[in-house]
Write a protein that binds this ligand. Structure first.
Ligand SMILES: [Zn+2]
Length: 56
């Protein structure tokens, strides 16, 4: 896993929801995806979402 990754986040885009806008980021180093919810109270990490990219 990406222990010690300092997470360099790349802004992917946002998605409108009923309550606001969720913002999506991806770490360019480890490929984890982060979702910042509309209320910005929580940021969810979605580990191992590498998609078509294959970071080391
Ligand atoms: Zn990372």
């Amino acid at each position: 896993m990406a222990e010690g990754c300092s997470h360099t986040l790349e802004y992917l885009g946002d998605q409108k929801t009923d309550v606001g806008v969720n913002k999506y980021f991806r770490c360019v180093k480890c490929g984890d995806v982060f979702v910042q919810t509309a209320d910005e109270a929580k940021t969810y990490r979605i580990p191992g979402v590498k998609g078509s990219q294959t970071p080391r």
